[in-house]
Design a binder for this molecule. Structure first.
Ligand code: F6R
Length: 610
């Protein structure tokens, strides 16, 4: 969602804020702004559009300040325009605020403030916060106290940063439901919604937890609760490097991240395979492994691509580890009054570790006594921290909004978890060793698939003008069909649907004609014969068929229009390989349509609102 950055120190904050915002742009990108204070002067500059538009606007302004905050917005209330962009300010332009989240009771607060004579300029929920804080400042409270008092009246979620001309020695930040970190430097400090914004300046960070507030000056910081209880915080060292969050010569982050998969998949397994024993070792689960293995049931909750990974996990856990498993959208789970008890294990899968619905599902499951385990990419993220235990996927920073390498790494980690449980239950050592061998072979096989990039680009050229796409798969590859369709629709804006191939005849078959490309995921597995019958059904109705098939499948060529042949692996791991050509297909179609693949319209990388 929105990105937040702030600086206090002796340097000019303007380039620091702009560069930080550029790093955060993947979180939200419909408008951006900065607010700065220096020598009793305070100014806000904001713009509709990208951070580059803001940068251009301030280029000749010769701005200089040691204190400032910046924001990149993903609209929730009010259209993307200059007025709705952050920072928001009080009426005399002395108090600036940036906000990520949603203030649910903003209408009630607004009505009360209007009665006090406050005037609102924007349509946002965030603007009420700045006036509410102001209403306490005018009563003589300090900035910190005014923020605390204001937040006591607020319902909803927030990560906020506030600066005030009358107290120019501090930034006050607070969080509830939206991430915030304080970055520590020498005679300078930083605040951000995401470490990538400040990584160029410091690797020492303090993560705020929900209900906490920090007062950050250039050489100190203090953390307390909103209700004013002082808190000692641990300082964390970030291991991520700046190079890891750059494009590294690729035209887009998405392509870089697709191409990184041999390495990211290898990193997800590094040090975690016990070759001789035919099992896995997951340090993050050591303390809870008995409880996990003896769970009566596993629930997996997630959103979007992570939910698709969960669906593959369901096949793995039931098929190989023989534990009843259910997968549910986190947004449904949290409001459904789910039946969960202490014999259940609930896995929360989230690349960002900040998705609001997934976090709420975690808290619901924890409340009901289940073992709560996180599968996250972002180290130190809220879901990772609030889980009882968990496994990091170690895919490295994923900046492109469409999730690619995180998906394949989530699948690797799910297969490691499956292996761990299965070997403690009924899977034999030779069977375990077979899975380990196939896992080890994945990076090379992925490299082979990536060599098909040019061929897939040609295919994209042929299909870029299609208005609809159907993706069909069975068994383990039904979720891959869903994921292929999601990738295409989110970056190319082509309507695409994923279905279990057999379901096609219960409705979607009516859509098939010569204008409908149908992508079949057709590895030579236990469902192969059935999927060939489904391909014939589409062929009989004139649909254009693209198949993802195994190397060495000589039969399929004669019944499809195009085939992408990829190396074979065992059924349980085939989604990892099959998803990669679909990522490339979506990528090339979007590029050929001239679209912004890394920042597709209306989307945000980290969905911190409900
Ligand atoms: C799709 C995509 C989204 C995310 C979803 C969950 O490419 O990126 O569907 O998968 O918003 O995000 P995380 O995994 O961060 O919880």
């Amino acid at each position: 969602m929105c990105g937040i950055v702030g600086y206090i120190g002796n340097k000019n904050c303007v380039p620091i804020l702009i560069n930080g915002l550029k790093r955060l742009e993947y979180r939200g990108y419909d408008s951006a702004g900065i607010g700065i204070i220096e020598n009793g002067n305070s100014s806000i500059i904001k713009n509709k559009g990208k951070v580059s538009a803001l940068e251009e606007r301030i280029h000749n302004m010769n701005l200089h300040a040691g204190l400032g905050i910046g924001h990149t917005r993903w609209a929730t209330h009010g259209i993307p325009n200059e007025i709705n962009a952050h920072p928001h300010s009080n009426s005399n332009n002395t108090l600036f605020l940036i906000h990520n989240g949603i203030i649910e009771n903003y209408q009630t607060i607004k009505t009360g403030l209007k009665k006090l004579g406050y005037h609102f300029t924007s349509e946002t929920d965030s603007e009420v916060l700045v006036h509410l804080i102001d209403s306490f400042l005018v009563k003589g409270y300090s900035l910190c106290k005014a923020v605390q008092l204001a937040l006591n009246e607020v319902e909803g979620t927030y990560g906020i940063a506030v600066i005030y001309r009358e107290e120019p020695d501090k930034i006050v930040v607070a969080r509830k439901g939206s991430p915030l970190v304080v970055g520590l430097g020498e005679n300078e400090n930083f605040i951000a919604s995401d470490v990538s914004a400040i990584l160029a300046h410091t690797k020492q960070v303090v993560y705020l937890d929900d209900g906490e507030l920090a007062v950050v000056s250039k050489d100190n910081f203090t953390v307390k609760t909103i209700s004013d209880k002082e808190i000692e915080k641990e300082v964390h060292e970030i291991s991520m490097s700046l190079e890891e969050i750059d494009k590294g010569g690729f035209p887009h982050f998405m392509l870089k991240e697709i191409m990184e998969q041999p390495e990211s998949v290898r990193n997800s397994m590094r040090g975690r395979l016990l070759i001789d024993e035919g099992t896995s070792k997951l340090g993050g689960l050591t303390e809870v492994v008995d409880r996990l293995v003896n769970s009566k049931r596993i629930l997996i909750s997630a959103c979007g691509t992570s939910w698709h990974a969960g669906l593959v996990g369901e096949y793995m856990l039931e098929h190989i580890a023989r534990i009843p498993t259910e997968v549910e959208y986190a947004s449904e789970f949290r409001y459904r009054n789910p039946i969960i008890d202490k014999d259940d294990t609930v896995f929360l899968i989230s690349q960002s570790g900040e998705t609001a619905d997934t976090l709420a599902a975690l808290r619901e499951a924890k409340n009901r006594g289940a073992l709560v385990l996180g599968i996250c990419n972002v180290v130190g993220s809220t879901i990772a921290r609030e889980s009882t235990a968990g496994v990091y996927i170690h895919a490295g920073p994923e900046i492109g909004v469409a999730s690619t390498k995180a998906f394949t790494s989530q699948l690797v980690v799910l297969s490691l978890i499956t292996l761990l449980i299965a070997r403690k239950k009924s899977l034999s050592a030779p069977e375990g060793r077979e899975i380990v061998k196939e896992l080890q072979a994945l990076p090379d096989k992925i490299s082979e698939i990536l060599k098909l990039n040019d061929k897939i680009e040609e295919l994209a050229n042929e299909f870029k003008d299609a208005n609809n796409f159907l993706y069909l798969g069975r068994g383990y590859n039904f979720p891959v069909a869903l994921e292929g369709a999601l990738k295409l629709k989110e970056i190319s804006y082509i309507h695409a649907e994923g279905y279990p191939a057999a379901e096609m005849k219960h409705g979607p078959i009516a859509l098939i004609d010569e204008n409908m490309p149908v992508v079949f995921i057709a590895p030579k597995d236990s469902t192969y014969d059935k999927i060939i019958s489904n391909i014939e059904e589409v062929r009989a109705r004139g649909g254009k068929i693209i198949a993802i098939a195994d190397d060495g499948d000589g039969e399929i060529d004669r019944i499809v229009d195009h085939v992408i042949k990829i190396p074979r692996t065992i059924e349980m791991l085939s989604p990892i390989l099959n998803s990669i050509p679909l990522q490339l297909l979506a990528y090339h179609i979007a590029v050929k349509k001239g679209l912004n693949v890394d920042q597709p319209r209306n989307l945000a990388k980290s969905v911190t609102v409900e």
